[in-house]
Write a protein that binds this ligand. Structure first.
Ligand code: HAM
Length: 432
């Protein structure tokens, strides 16, 4: 016997009502980001492997061991995107960044792929909602995306979240900082594993990404990013803090976050939620002033962030889906099915915000009502948050008289009226 097919490890299917939650969050992103002038970009889910090696970085965990890489039939090496910033920059460079008016304000949503060990909040296919602002140097750009991020989180009902902020030394200061890190860690290198010793030599900043608590202990008391900033970085960082304070964005500084992607320069930030378990990073972002140039475009400063949408929805306290009136149209037998379909269309026309579901089986009122009753009992688990769950009962009498009987399942009250009065009655019910 052949085995049952299952979704691949680390992926999950989204059914209603959960899929509706994702759609509502994405609609909120479109509304809030749109109000700041950000338009949506959609890039391919797979790209040339080289793109991620050159942007995210060869020695990062993502490129080193988490990519879904495959060869196509012409032996091109392709990779399912592990993140979307690289694809956005590639798309802009390819289109011709010099011809696009600046600043460039974009947002996106879609699946990303990383070969990680699945656990709560960590998947191999997950969804991100992200933002990229290109062509604005310095603290004002950082402040805009952070203020907009918090406006979005607020619109979803989040309160009390804090951004953790760091500034990574840039240019020559980064070289000096990396050297200081090596000098600090090398004498204790036997305390850390082979993988981290490789990081120590190849790209010491990546030591901060290590999941080994011993590495964190070794790094403690070592050189701190914020002590190694050159004058322009220090100024930019101070200005950002002042702008965020003025805008009422709550933040804390931490020299320990460097984020697991190589393209960051200076500003990096994260937001964690205590409503998540071990994987508590809700989002991450930062400035990447060299990436556009590195990928062959004209030097262009840029900053952005990406939110883990699956985690965002887990952490959300309140329901943001719009509650809708629901009508279950139930014919008493096959003879009333045609009449039921016609009435259902008329209800949709009369109440455009309503959900109208028809029982198509013709199994009769009693059986047909079971689904309506279940929705009335547990409206949160119905595909759409329901207000006023109604049953529209259509028997031979209704068909012959051209009437409808509507029962409000919450109160049990029931009324029969002429089909021609539907628009008027439903309109009136909505105004009540
Ligand atoms: P990242 O920190 O790698 O940044 O990912 C951003 C967010 O995606 C994380 O904070 C987390 O919420 C979510 N995430 C990452 N991996 C997983 C996973 N395996 N399962 C579920 N959620 C996950 C970036 O991707 C950058 N492109 C952000 C950025 C945009 N920086 C500048 N612009």
């Amino acid at each position: 016997m052949r085995g049952r097919l299952k979704a691949p490890k680390g992926t999950h299917d989204l059914f209603p009502p959960e899929s509706e939650r994702f759609a509502a969050v994405e609609a909120t992103a479109r509304r809030v980001f749109g109000s700041y002038g950000y338009g949506e970009i959609r890039t391919p889910t797979f790209e040339a492997t080289e793109l991620f090696a050159r942007s995210v970085g060869d020695t990062t965990d993502i490129v080193h061991k988490e990519m879904y890489t495959f060869s196509d039939r012409k032996n091109r090496s392709l990779t399912l995107r592990p993140e979307n910033t690289a694809g956005v920059v590639r798309a802009l460079v390819e289109k011709g960044l010099q011809d696009i008016p600046r600043p460039i304000r974009l947002w996106y949503t879609g699946p990303q792929f990383r070969y990680e060990q699945p656990q709560a909040g960590r998947y191999r296919e997950f969804r991100q909602i992200g933002v990229e602002l290109l062509g604005v140097a310095g603290a004002a750009g950082d402040a805009e995306v952070l203020v907009m991020l918090f406006a979005f989180l607020q619109a979803l009902g989040f309160r009390g979240l804090i951004a953790t902020l760091n500034c990574i030394p840039a240019g020559e200061a980064r070289v000096i900082f990396s050297k200081a890190l090596q000098d600090h860690v090398r004498p204790q290198a036997e305390r850390i594993g082979a993988e981290d010793r490789r990081r120590l030599e190849e790209n010491p900043l990546r030591l901060f990404d290590s999941k080994d608590p011993e590495v964190a202990r070794v790094l403690e008391g070592g050189p701190r990013t914020l002590d190694f900033l050159d004058e322009p970085s220090r100024k930019q960082h101070d200005e950002l803090k002042a702008l965020l304070t003025a805008a009422g964005v709550r933040f804390a500084e931490s020299a320990a976050i460097v984020r697991g992607l190589d393209y960051y320069t200076r500003t990096v930030f994260e937001v964690a939620s205590d409503r998540l378990g071990a994987q508590n990073a809700l989002l991450g972002g930062g400035r990447y002033d060299s990436l556009v140039g590195d990928l062959g475009g004209p030097p262009t400063p840029a900053v952005g962030f990406a939110i883990g949408e699956d985690r965002l929805i887990t952490a959300m306290e309140s329901e943001i889906r719009q509650a809708r009136p629901v009508f279950f149209v139930v014919p008493d037998s096959h003879d009333e099915v045609a009449y039921a379909l016609a009435v259902a269309e008329e209800i949709r026309a009369a109440a455009p915000d309503a959900v109208v579901e028809s029982d198509l089986t013709g199994r009769g009122i009693v059986k047909g009502l079971a689904r309506a009753a279940q929705a009335a009992r547990d409206p949160q688990n119905y595909a759409f948050p329901a207000i006023a769950v109604n049953a529209v009962l259509l028997g031979s009498r209704e068909r012959e008289d051209a009437s409808v009987t509507i029962k409000d399942l919450a109160t049990g009250t029931q009324q029969t009226f002429a089909r021609t009065q539907l628009a008027e009655r439903l309109g009136a019910a909505r105004e009540r």
